[in-house]
Write a protein that binds this ligand. Structure first.
Ligand code: NAD
Length: 370
């Protein structure tokens, strides 16, 4: 298995392999960049086919967190962790506690939260071993499930994209197609209904579709039709890599603005969307609401109005990004990466040292801005 020459390595500060024989824990913690602050990113539990697949995923996700936190103007660096295993069958209290000890051993340099395969309950268990577990149900400034905040940011992203592309401030009467109505998709559907939007939804989970359709009046369609429906906005809120050659060729919308992570199958798909004249709200900018709430918990902030204001600032960040993309004639995804890298470079220039948070001396300053 290659680490330093891995195509996703991208100058990671630290990659920690954690093993606990008693509980069967096999985990990787990746810390990409701490120039802006301690690395914060969720813990994914997934039955990876190989150690290589787990390493590639954690490196890719960890760098993504550096970019996401930088563009959300948070005083946080980027990191992520993966636990190799099936969350339905392999997750035990002993395993989560062993993971908590591994996180704790990093002295605050990495702080974890929920991701695919982990929940608020899991963060509470991990939190029995370390103070560096966020998204908990109880404790100082605990925010619990971050997905309502993620959805709120999604609404802000849709508003920015609609204003930029369609020249309207008001969403009433627009048609929005949501792929995936799980945690974030369902919350987004509720927020859009309140704005008077006509909703179309699809999910592989029929119960989920039924519940959200009943609550919001959304029209359900088959999962293989949702991305090609005629709509004002298509919002991918399920899996990653859904925007591939085939999907982009059949999109029938002027705007893609959703909350799923890593929506572009490959970086070149951002170029394809641009070539088709479709405005794409880069996923890690649109879905930063959850990490903004987690950052507030990390900083011990209890002022929810301040958190919501920061989440809603995603609209302004995207407006700036869209204008820059237009004026430079570049795809929005590319411009987002440039803006994030520029911010990281400025932070590095200011700090000199690669990481300013020393082990055992976590930065707990009560800031929510970088
Ligand atoms: P979730 O598991 O609660 O919901 C995902 C939903 O997608 C499920 O209902 C699932 O049945 C459905 N789905 C799966 N495959 C599908 C398909 N092919 N077509 C249609 N529906 C399908 O997860 P979530 O927390 O809502 O996260 C959704 C996405 O948003 C993920 O990509 C996640 O990484 C991203 N995200 C979530 C948060 C958060 O706060 N939860 C924050 C940032 C990014």
């Amino acid at each position: 298995m290659t680490v330093f020459s891995n195509p996703h390595f991208d100058g990671h500060e630290r990659v920690v392999f954690a093993h606990d024989a008693a509980s069967g824990l096999r985990a990787i913690i990746a810390i990409h960049d701490t120039a802006l602050g301690p690395a914060v990113g969720g813990c994914r539990m997934w039955p990876y086919a190989s150690d290589e697949a787990a390493l590639a995923d954690v490196l890719r996700l960890s760098r993504g967190m550096s970019y996401k936190n930088a563009l959300a103007d948070l005083p946080l660096g980027g990191g992520k962790s993966v636990i190799i295993g099936d969350p339905r069958t392999d997750k035990t209290e002993a395993l989560l506690r062993a993971f908590g000890r591994a996180v704790d051993g990093l002295g605050g340099r990495y702080r974890t939260a929920e991701d695919v395969g982990t929940s608020v309950v899991d963060m509470d268990i991990i939190g029995q071993e370390t103070r560096y577990a966020l998204g908990r149900s109880e404790g100082r400034a605990a925010i619990g499930d971050p997905s309502p905040y993620t959805a709120r940011g999604g609404l802000a992203a849709i508003k920015a994209a609609v204003h930029h592309k369609l020249g309207r401030r008001d969403l009433a009467g627009l048609r929005v197609a949501i792929q995936g109505v799980g945690h974030v998709g369902a919350h987004l559907a509720r927020l859009l209904k309140a704005e008077g939007v006509e909703l179309v939804i699809a999910d592989v989970n029929a119960d989920q579709v039924r519940a959200v359709a009943e609550e919001t009046g959304a029209a359900p369609v088959e999962v293989d039709r949702i991305l090609s429906l005629a709509a004002d906005v298509v919002a991918p809120c399920a899996l990653g890599a859904v925007l591939d050659d085939q999907a982009i060729a059949t999109l029938n919308t002027p705007i893609v603005a959703g909350l799923a992570n890593n929506q572009l199958a490959e970086a070149r798909h951002g170029v394809l969307l641009h070539a088709r004249g479709i405005l794409y709200a880069p996923d890690y900018v649109a879905n930063a609401g959850g990490i903004i709430a987690v950052a507030a918990e990390n900083a011990g902030l209890t002022n929810l109005d301040q958190v919501i204001a920061k989440v809603e600032a995603i609209e302004g960040t995207l407006a700036t990004l869209f204008h820059r993309a237009d004026s430079e004639g570049r795809p929005t995804a590319e411009v987002a990466d440039t803006m994030a890298r520029d911010r990281l470079a400025r932070a590095h220039a200011q700090t000199q040292a690669p990481s300013h948070v020393q082990a055992g001396e976590p930065d707990d300053s009560r800031r929510l801005a970088g």
